[in-house]
Design a protein. Structure first.
Length: 313
């Protein structure tokens, strides 16, 4: 098939790489987001998809929108059989959805109709789901509402972060996509309608959500720490310092201390009272420093994190 690929981050690049390596289809164009400022110098940086596509000598386009007639005509000029969308970041108007002969398909990181929206991986971890997966979906005008062509499942372990699930789904998504393409090319793909009554919404992550509210059960906070690792990373304040919390676990023990109070601190971690149970912080990062195990932190900051001290609430 003649294929247009649209995607931006490394998750999308992994799928583009699989498509290139399989050698079964002609990639007539690659669409990705415009270059963005990145790093401390805010230097314009190409997306992971653009970098890979450029290395492979593929045609790369970076329109700020696909709503303009000129952009739509340019896309139609490729006469593609199919458009594959993976974490592209731009809305596809109906005119674009209708352009390829077989329409547009999307690689989505959840078990649809659960977790439609921008942050399905983080929301699944935060909610305590025991599994997630990849859905290959025929795109329509709704938000991740189209019929599903292929599904692959993945367990969410108790130690998984959004980062580790991201890697699992990246590896799972590529072969699932290629299998779906075989079905589409041979005309045997069957798209199953989603049950809208079972849908949940994965809202975009707001950095403000990462602030720890200690008047929350420890189990909920432990899931949030894992869900927001690596981005945007949960944080709190103590002694006038902002600290990021990268790894933590929960127990059901309670103390008589107020929420946010440090119950104990040792090489095993910093134990903090919450609304229900205690959070054991095992990896932390001070402002301007690298993340480190609590055992290392206490060598220089034992007084700041001593029992009886409190995180801001």
């Amino acid at each position: 098939m003649k294929i247009i690929f649209a995607g931006t981050p490394d998750f999308a690049a992994a799928h583009l790489r699989a498509l290139i390596d399989c050698g079964q289809h002609e990639i007539v164009a690659v669409y990705t987001q415009p270059d963005r400022p990145a790093g401390r110098g805010k230097k314009l940086t190409a997306s992971a998809v653009k970098q890979l596509a450029s290395e492979q000598g593929l045609t790369v386009l970076q329109p700020p929108s696909l709503k303009e007639a000129d952009a739509q005509q340019q896309l139609a000029g490729f006469a593609a059989d199919l458009m594959i969308v993976v974490a592209y970041g731009l809305i596809l108007p109906q005119a674009v959805l209708d352009t390829p002969r077989l329409g547009c398909i999307n690689v989505h990181g959840s078990l649809l109709p659960k977790w439609r929206g921008a942050a399905p991986i983080q929301r699944a971890v935060e909610a305590g789901d025991d599994e997630t997966g990849i859905c290959i979906m025929q795109m329509d005008a709704g938000l991740d509402t189209g019929p599903v062509i292929s599904v692959a499942r993945c367990a969410i372990e108790a130690t998984d972060t959004s980062g580790s699930i991201y890697q699992k789904l990246s590896a799972l998504g590529a072969p699932t996509l290629l299998a779906a393409l075989e079905k589409l090319a041979s005309g045997v793909a069957v798209a199953e309608q989603q049950d809208d009554s079972q849908s949940t919404y994965a809202s975009k992550i707001d950095k403000a959500e990462a602030l720890i509210d200690w008047a929350t059960p420890a189990e909920t906070l432990a899931r949030k720490v894992r869900a927001f690792n690596p981005f945007p990373a949960t944080f709190s304040h103590i002694g006038g310092e902002r600290v990021k919390i990268w790894a933590a676990s929960a127990n059901t023990v309670d103390s008589r201390q107020a929420v946010g109070a440090i119950v104990a601190a040792s090489d095993q971690g910093i134990l903090v009272q919450t609304a229900s149970g205690q959070l054991l912080i095992s990896e932390i990062q001070l402002a301007g420093k690298s993340k480190m195990p609590v055992s290392e932190l206490l060598k220089s900051k034992a007084e700041l994190f001593a029992a009886g001290q409190s995180f801001d609430q």
